[in-house]
Design a protein around this ligand. Structure first.
Ligand code: PMP
Length: 361
């Protein structure tokens, strides 16, 4: 059977080459007579897998010894809790920029554990259709937290923010992790659920500056303390072995693609196909966000009626294009065009969109 064009928002499409390699390894990994799923995480073979995945993350982002990389569980949602637990320092306020549902959840979690939350900027006044360009930090910020890509609303930070030295910058990059070159050194902590750009569900990749790690609040519950995991190379307890192995394969694919600059080029080409149709549709397809803040990863649009949107989604499915329904909280349509989505899939969607308009416009 042919594979579909998969526009799911996450878990999402994986590179075909990666799936084939995983398939080949599945039954008998490197002649060991077992799969990675069945291997002891204490074996030297597994150690080699996690070490290489760790090294590849560092290589792709050009990180030096001042950063560590962790593979944790509990998804990005657990990071909403771990970040304030570890880094809401006594007498300081935790700062957040609110750009949508996921930022709100991060804020809610910090509040829930009694932290002093300051919202430095929000785009809620226009239903999160843009990224704030200015913000006002509190007097004594413990850190600033941003969500670099808003999976539900379809906005993305185009520039890594400049904030005063000494204030840690923390980013939820779940939906645009490794999708383009960034000024990585501006960030003290980056976290990303693997299931969008770098692998299957089951692990969150955390990139953390060691200088921040050293300052983490003491006395935390063991599993919620970043230092527990850093000290044990993400193997304090059984890690999500298979997911980390898959992340390793996806990252090798990123490298063979030419690294982040080439990945970005491809992502721009894919997004352009679709945004162009929206812009040339005379309002048949209505983009939901400001053009300058449009996401390269999650392309959101609406049509005249919900009935027409439903027809669009079902007709697309008949053509082998799936995952185009908007998030249940906002409705409409959304095409997620993560790294692994092949260019021809985006082209096919753009052609389908033009045809659909001809028939229904
Ligand atoms: N942050 C962002 C930006 C997301 O898109 C998501 C998931 N869609 C999450 C956090 C939550 O991730 P998880 O399901 O891994 O907890």
């Amino acid at each position: 059977m042919e594979r579909v064009h998969n526009f799911n928002a996450g878990p999402a499409v994986l590179p075909e080459e990666v799936l084939r390699e995983a398939q080949a390894d599945l039954f008998n990994y490197k002649g060991m007579g077992l799969s990675v799923m069945e291997m002891s995480h204490r074996s030297k073979e597994y150690q080699a897998i996690i070490d290489e995945t760790h090294a590849t993350v560092k290589r792709i982002y050009g990180l030096g010894d001042d950063y560590d990389v962790l593979f944790l569980q509990g998804g990005a949602s657990m990071q909403f809790l771990m970040v304030p637990l570890n880094f809401a320092f006594e007498g300081k306020e935790v700062n957040y920029i609110n750009t949508g549902q996921w930022s709100k959840k991060a804020i809610a979690e910090a509040k829930k554990i009694g932290k002093n939350v300051h919202v430095a900027a929000t785009s809620e006044d226009r239903n999160f259709a843009y990224i704030p360009k200015t913000w006002k930090l509190s007097d004594n910020p413990a850190y600033l937290h941003i969500t670099t890509n808003n999976t539900i609303f379809g906005t993305e930070w185009k520039k890594d923010p400049d904030i005063p030295a000494g204030i840690p910058l923390i980013a939820d990059m779940s939906s645009n992790f490794m999708s383009k070159p960034i000024e990585v050194k501006k960030y003290d902590l980056i976290y990303a659920g693997a299931q969008k750009n770098v692998g299957p569900a089951g692990a969150v990749v955390v990139i953390i500056k060691k200088s921040l790690l050293e300052k983490a609040n003491p006395g935390l519950p063991t599993m919620l303390d970043y230092n527990t995991h850093a000290k044990k190379g993400s193997m304090f307890n059984t890690p999500p072995c298979w997911t980390i192995y898959m992340i390793g394969l996806v990252l090798k694919w990123v490298e063979s693609f030419g690294g982040l600059a080439m990945v970005e080029k491809n992502n721009i080409a894919k997004a352009d196909y679709i945004y162009k149709v929206i812009d040339e549709s005379n309002g048949f397809y209505k983009g939901t966000v400001d053009k300058e803040d449009r996401s390269l990863m999650n392309i959101t649009f609406r049509m005249e009626s919900e009935e027409l949107e439903a027809l669009f989604i079902s007709e697309a499915k008949k053509q082998g294009m799936i995952g185009l329904k908007g998030h249940r909280d906002v409705g409409g349509c959304r095409a997620s065009t993560y790294n692994s989505l092949p260019l021809p899939a985006a082209k096919a969607l753009s052609e389908f969109m033009r045809e659909f308009q001809k028939k229904n416009g």
